[in-house]
Ligand binder design. Structure first.
Ligand SMILES: Nc1ncnc2c1ncn2[C@@H]1O[C@H](COP(=O)(O)OP(=O)(O)OP(=O)(O)O)[C@@H](O)[C@H]1O
Ligand SMILES: [Mg+2]
Ligand SMILES: [Zn+2]
Length: 452
């Protein structure tokens, strides 16, 4: 085509070059150069539409603006956002196909629509499909508007006519601009669309929620640069087979990124799970080796779940190691500690680790439970039902102190655990009524394994 040229754009950092390469020369990421078509001479406007323009002001003279937040009607989501959606902010909700992104946004549209005008733009589903879902979810309201559109300028005009307070774009990968030659979903298209919506949000105080698809590698399809542009990035996780869904913030300019929200997918849509520990433990197998309850902090909230380990002897030269929910490096480290410090032989055993409820544990405080589950699996000795363990394990096999001890112990007691193994250092500092539960201070992996 005339006036156009093919370029390769890094989906991680936005670096542009005329030739393809396996590695981005700018940020050194691999397999991230995507083909794109751009104008020979980029229009000044397309390059950097102004987000903010104005005079400089002395910081001392500037008053703190009030960031009004609007509740979404779901406290699990509000907590992840830091207390509701900030007016004038742009939130990206990313997740794999079918996880429930459209469902969640339609549900919160219902709640947001109680006080504010909401425009739900879908580039993926017809109004009929959305209406059917709305009927199933019991979502309705006079302030809720639907639009089937993928052209960014048409969406902007619809916005100017309707003047909504909240705009939902499902999904940002379907949106395109006439001025850009490449296909919807390409780096330039997604960036351009995001720029326009960010402009609307910042200049007019409209809250924008963008749906982003996630590719097989687990990153947002299209540019990583999109994550840098928006105010908050939420990941919606969960396997389609599991009914539990977890939302976590991986970036938030208006709140912490530690909190998670737990939901359950039902026929009537997503239901909040305010007490996830109960749910995680609900179908606990009894008296089976390889299982151990763990207590992790998810933000300010303690959460009890179960670690499952399975070991099976194999003649294969390199045994299998798989983990669902526990970091691979952590698994290897704990296996090495058990081999070296406890004299266990795992070099001829396949090891499978799993965390109940599709949870992904990032805390080292789960080490003690993982080690105990592994030990229990190898020895084929069940961990007693009433026993729970937490604590970080060091390379010498020592059990190290962790934070949030009062919360963890309280949650364990609340859920009926009567023997709580914890780092000895933590036991000294504990300051709560244990209601008859026994605290067992442990100093080493060896001491821990004597409990079963
Ligand atoms: N009648 C139903 N009863 C129970 N659950 C349902 C029903 N219909 C759909 N679901 C659930 O909703 C999920 C799809 O939700 P939704 O369409 O919101 O996902 P999405 O993330 O927007 O997907 P996509 O990426 O395809 O747009 C299904 O995977 C299923 O779990
Ligand atoms: Mg959808
Ligand atoms: Zn790059």
């Amino acid at each position: 085509m005339k006036g156009l040229k093919t370029v390769y754009i890094c989906s991680e950092c936005g670096h542009t070059q005329s030739k393809w390469s396996g590695q981005c020369p700018s940020c050194r990421a691999w397999n991230c150069m995507t083909e794109d078509v751009v104008a020979e001479e980029p229009k000044a406007q397309a390059k950097h539409p102004t987000r903010y323009a104005g005079e400089s002001v002395r910081l001392d003279d500037y008053e703190i603006p009030e960031y009004f937040r609007t509740g979404t009607g779901m406290s699990e989501l509000d907590r992840v956002l830091g207390g509701g959606i900030v007016n004038g902010s742009v939130v990206l909700l990313a997740g794999e196909p079918g996880v429930g992104k459209s469902t969640l946004l339609l549900q919160i549209s219902g709640a947001l629509g109680l006080g504010r005008k909401v425009l739900y733009v879908s580039g993926e589903e017809s109004k009929g499909q959305i209406k059917m879902r709305a009927a199933r979810l019991r979502v309705s309201g006079p302030n809720l508007y639907l639009l089937n559109e993928t052209n960014v300028d048409a969406i902007v005009s619809a916005h100017e006519k309707l003047r909504p307070d909240v705009i939902i774009i499902d999904s940002v990968q379907t949106i395109y601009s006439d001025g850009i030659a490449s296909a919807p979903g390409s780096v330039t298209q997604v960036k351009d669309a995001a720029m326009k919506f960010i402009g609307i949000a910042k200049n007019e105080g409209v809250s924008v929620l963008l749906v982003g698809h996630v590719n097989k590698e687990g990153s947002i399809a299209g540019p990583k640069v999109l994550e840098h542009m928006v105010d908050a990035v939420l990941y919606f996780e969960g396997e389609r087979e599991h009914i539990y869904r977890i939302i976590r913030a991986i970036k938030n300019r208006f709140g912490s990124t530690n909190e998670i929200g737990v939901f359950e997918m039902t026929e009537r849509g997503l239901r909040e799970v305010p007490n996830p520990s109960e749910v995680m433990l609900a179908s606990r197998p009894r008296n089976v080796s390889g299982n151990c309850a763990a207590c992790v902090m998810e933000g300010t909230r303690p959460l009890i779940t179960e670690i499952q380990a399975l070991t099976a002897y194999t003649g294969a030269p390199s045994p299998r190691r798989t983990s669902d929910g526990i970091d691979y490096n952590r698994m290897y480290l704990l296996i090495a500690v058990l081999e070296k410090r406890m004299g266990l032989r795992l070099s001829n055993a396949d090891v499978y680790l799993n965390v109940i409820g599709g949870l992904r544990l990032t805390e080292t405080a789960a080490d003690a439970a993982v080690a105990l589950a592994l030990y229990s699996a190898i020895k084929d000795k069940p961990v007693p039902d009433e026993l729970i363990a937490f604590g970080e394990i060091g390379l010498s096999g020592e059990i190290r102190a962790v934070s949030g001890v009062d919360q963890r112990v309280s949650e364990a007691i609340r859920l009926g655990f009567t023997r709580i193994a914890l780092p000895a250092k933590c036991a000294e500092r504990l300051n709560i009524d244990t209601k008859g539960a026994r605290l067992i201070p442990v100093r080493s992996v060896f001491e821990l394994t004597t409990l079963i």
